[in-house]
Ligand binder design. Sequence first.
Ligand code: GLU
Length: 392
Amino acid sequence: MTTRLRSLSRVKRVVIKIGSALLVDRGSGIKADWLDAISDDIAALKARGTDVLVVSSGAIALGRTVLDMPKGALKLEESQACAAVGQIALARHWAESLSRHQIVAGQILLTLGDTEERRRYLNARATLNQLLKIGAVPIINENDTVATTEIRYGDNDRLAARVATMAGADLLVLLSDIDGLYTAPPHLDPDARFLDTIEEITPEIEAMAGGAASELSRGGMRTKIDAGKIATGAGCAMIIASGKTMNPLASIETGARHSWFAASKSPVTARKTWIAGQLQPAGTIEVDAGAEGALKSGKSLLPAGVKSVSGAFHRGDTVSIVGTNGREIARGLAGYDVEEARRICGRKSKEIEEILGYAGRAAMIHRDDLVMTELGQRDAAAADDRKDAAHA
Ligand code: GLU
């Protein structure tokens, strides 16, 4: 338990997923006291320097209450209407509750494509990072008003895991009516054993999760384990804990029961592994000696150091970076489409707006999206990542 507490207090960036049943009472609407208590927890985390992102369910449930809809299953267009009405109220409650601590909330509504398509993924990630930079708490939900069965996550467990990997979080906390993972459903099997730590999500662990969703949310244990696979695989640890008590985050720290899923790697390494592992870079960027040195010392690639670009890449595609000896030295995710990159290559970052007609990003490839691939360099970069992770 000591190790656990230590690792919680060392968290730099956490995503907290909150299930509908915790926030919304079918009869009376928002559970204001509970919301205020978790806002207090969030304020305490932020005061310690932790970035906090919230994935909040409850739009449909709240909209249902506001609209006084009868019990029973909703048709697609009914749930979309409920989400439209409920989301605006949900966001207002969050903004008001956090403002008691002078914390600003920013609403983000995502659809599946925003995390699965690289260019949209980069856009969404840039917005999240900017919100965190200014000290705001992103309040995230699926955009249920336009999501249909074919194009939706459908459950906020997996959405939260995607958000966690997108934001490079080191911890994902799933709060719901379940306090963790058991070897079998505890309400059906009196011999069910609670699992404190899950080092790896093996087929046995998956089998324990079964298939059934709880009545209160779309996500059951199945989607939580799916979320765990996404998160831990990308270097983000995960906690499943009950949110049925007041101040559930403070309770976790003081020892309330929860299941801990260990991260398999550090997030930086995982993302960079993904970039380096792209089979077919979409283009090539040739850099000068100055830029080559800058990249080797861990800096971003600025347009000024680019000699030429080739290929047919779009913003977000993986490109190969070639050094002065004509060999690939690094790979990264392009910050610009090839046509734009061609127009700004060799130019100063402050000229970008004049050339392109809009204020683009200063870097052709941001350092977070870069990985050195030249033999020897990659090991050095990996060692740096490990060092970063050790300081996390
Ligand atoms: N996005 C849904 C809502 O806000 C919740 C999905 C879930 O319960 O996982 O109502």
